[in-house]
Design a protein around this ligand. Structure first.
Ligand code: CTP
Length: 216
């Protein structure tokens, strides 16, 4: 789901993510027998029952919760719409109106998925990584570039220009970009998109296990 970045005690910057896609993946993984931890922002839908549920609010809190658990995970799927920027300062009291315009100063948040990719590259080990990308054009190319940039195994690129896919709807139209190229799936319920993603994750886990065995 989203993260909310507080400006003062009564205001925040957020986004339209509902949590549906992440929860669908968590539910399907749990159904397949995985021990699932959900790290969720303030979602508008209820999470499925899984082994562990960690509720967070901001990108900084999500960063801390995910990094703390990554080393003991086999797979990390970052379906959250993490804020890219947060207010440089949080006002301790409600900000009152003054001038006709107001300028907010924002600073970058930690890139959680990017950090996991860098750490894995540096150490040579770490969980299998799946990221999402919200795109409005050149979905395939942008997804492939994001996969390279973040050093992850799979990028699930959403076409958010469509009203029946992406944020806050029950269906999604995605292109899954992996090492061998990309596959564009038709418009599907998010539960089915979750199954398609996890089919590919399972294949990669089997491949990686075989590679590790061969190198022993
Ligand atoms: N992500 C993250 N930490 C952030 C921001 C994003 O882990 N601070 C993750 C998201 O959960 C998602 C992927 O990174 O899996 C999205 O990558 P990003 O480069 O932020 O893509 P977009 O949000 O699509 O934005 P941009 O327009 O910057 O490419």
């Amino acid at each position: 789901g989203p993260t909310l970045e507080d400006l003062d005690p009564v205001r925040f910057i957020g986004n339209r993510s509902s949590g549906r896609m992440g929860f669908a993946i968590a539910a399907e993984a749990s159904r397949r027998g995985a021990q699932v931890t959900i790290v969720a922002g303030p979602t508008t839908v209820e999470p499925p029952r899984v082994a562990e549920l960690v509720k967070v609010r901001s990108a900084a809190e999500m960063h801390q919760a995910v990094i703390a658990r990554a080393d003991r995970s086999d797979v990390v799927v970052m379906a959250a719409a993490v804020a890219d920027y947060t207010p440089a300062e949080r006002a301790p009291h409600k900000v009152h109106k003054e001038d006709d315009t107001l300028t907010l100063v924002l600073k970058r948040t930690p890139d959680i998925l990017g950090e996991l990719g860098r750490r894995r590259l540096a150490s040579g080990r770490g969980p299998l990584l799946v990221g999402f990308g919200a795109e409005t054009e050149h979905v395939e190319e942008q997804g492939a570039a994001k996969r390279q940039r973040k050093q992850v195994d799979l990028i699930v690129a959403n076409d958010v220009a469509r009203s029946d896919a992406g944020f806050d709807v029950e269906t999604n139209a995605v292109t899954i970009v992996g090492e061998g190229g990309s596959e564009t799936l038709p418009l599907l319920p998010k539960s089915q998109v979750a199954a398609e993603i996890l089919d590919r994750v399972e294949k990669l886990l089997v491949q990686n296990a075989a590679r590790a065995e061969a190198n022993r």
